[in-house]
Design a protein around this ligand. Structure first.
Ligand SMILES: Cc1cc2nc3c(=O)[nH]c(=O)nc-3n(C[C@H](O)[C@H](O)[C@H](O)COP(=O)(O)OP(=O)(O)OC[C@H]3O[C@@H](n4cnc5c(N)ncnc54)[C@H](O)[C@@H]3O)c2cc1C
Length: 358
């Protein structure tokens, strides 16, 4: 295992659903917060809060998670070269600043801007968005995430406030606005947390839409390098963890087994990614339309459905539940229009797990 920056703080909020906790068998000490509610703030300021009777999300000690994963890899027998940077490939040799290493299969988990992906000639993810985050010294509501919508806050995305450690909140945004991301974040922090101390800021790329192919020869890409990210939220921890397990199993079978990788991870994640790519269109609706949607969502039938079926890892389940309740349709017309292609395919007998066309 080759890692170039073992001490760089992760650029991540660390928000996951219960499935991630179970899948990785995370120790409870890595959980900073349990979350039960989400508050959605419309561009015009209207607010609707959905609350579940049980825990639906967790905020992780993200630095602790990386350390724990590294320890587990080493315990399982991985030889860790760190800090060492992969600098090139020739045949079956990976050249690093710590020397060259011969490989049977190369698993590239080197992030959204993956160099290995380029070296082996694999295509890039559909889109690269920017995610930026600040840790702010401020009291946060114990068990609630805030989601802020609107073209002035986060064009083509959304902003969030998530409680982290004691007296600290993680404030971030995901946007198509590229270089404007940090100024947008600064503005958002100044308006939402005026006078509060910003402890640190960081930003990274978020791949939206996996590349058409994710393995070539003796190499495969996984995690952000393969765009295995929820397109609606930009969250990549769960999908990366699911695909990493598949990648490990396939790689253990040697280079001849690699072609199975593509079909196996798409069978697990393809449907939710296809849904998310359609649903993302809602982030480009006009502010006035978003205002109307947020207001319309504030009705008992929708609150009941969110409490019963809300799942941050599989938002398609909630939309499916909403679509099966005529009482919620009026509220959802603009959203349904935005995810129209997905709905039509649902009616036509299931979703394709083929690579999403961009
Ligand atoms: C602001 C922000 C907030 C986020 N919040 C969440 C969230 O709340 N929940 C969630 O699920 N997801 C979130 N994400 C996404 C999540 O962080 C990523 O999906 C996840 O970290 C991807 O993991 P990865 O291992 O594939 O890639 P990375 O985390 O990017 O790791 C790649 C690793 O490869 C190393 N590396 C790269 N190139 C080389 C090289 N040449 N040689 C050696 N080492 C190399 C890097 O140092 C790095 O350690 C967020 C992302 C951002 C930007």
């Amino acid at each position: 295992m080759v890692e170039r920056s073992p001490h760089r703080p992760p650029r991540c909020t660390g928000l996951v659903g219960p499935t991630t906790l179970d899948l990785l068998a995370l120790p409870p000490r890595l959980v900073l917060r349990d979350l039960r509610a989400v508050r959605v703030v419309a561009p015009g300021g209207a607010v609707v809060e959905f609350r579940a009777p049980d825990v639906r999300g967790y905020v992780l000690d993200r630095r602790g998670l990386d350390r724990w994963l590294l320890e587990r890899a080493a315990e399982a027998g991985a030889e860790v070269w760190s800090p060492a940077t992969a600098v090139g490939l020739s045949g079956r040799r990976l050249h690093t600043t710590g020397g060259a290493v011969e490989f049977g299969v190369l698993v590239a988990a080197d992030g959204a801007a993956s160099a290995v992906r380029r070296w082996v000639g694999l295509p890039s993810p559909g889109e690269l968005l920017v995610g930026v985050q600040a840790e702010v010294e401020a009291p946060g509501a114990e068990d609630r995430v805030e989601v802020h919508l609107g073209s002035r806050v986060a064009p083509g995305g959304f902003a969030w406030v998530v409680p982290a450690g004691e007296g600290v909140v993680r404030v971030g945004l995901l946007t198509v606005a590229g270089r404007e991301a940090f100024p947008l974040l600064d503005r958002f922090v100044a308006s939402r947390f005026a006078g509060r101390r910003v402890l640190r800021r960081e930003g990274g790329l978020i791949p939206i839409g996996p590349p058409a192919t994710t393995s070539a020869g003796r190499a495969l890409v996984v995690g952000d390098a393969a765009g295995q990210v929820k397109p609606l939220s930009g969250g990549g921890l769960l999908f990366g963890a699911i695909a990493a397990r598949i990648a490990g199993e396939v790689a253990a079978g040697g280079a001849d087994a690699l072609p199975a990788y593509e079909a196996r991870w798409r069978a697990e994640l393809g449907e939710e990614i296809a849904f998310g790519l359609q649903g993302r269109r809602a982030f480009f609706l006009a502010d006035r339309e978003l205002d109307r949607i947020v207001l319309a969502l504030d009705r008992p039938a929708v609150h009941r459905l969110v409490a019963a079926a809300g799942d941050i890892d599989r938002p398609s389940r909630l939309v499916r539940a909403l679509l099966s309740h005529p009482s919620a349709w009026g509220a959802l017309f603009p959203v349904v229009r935005a995810v129209g292609g997905w709905v039509a395919r649902e009616r036509g007998g299931g979703l394709s797990t083929a690579p999403p066309r961009r």
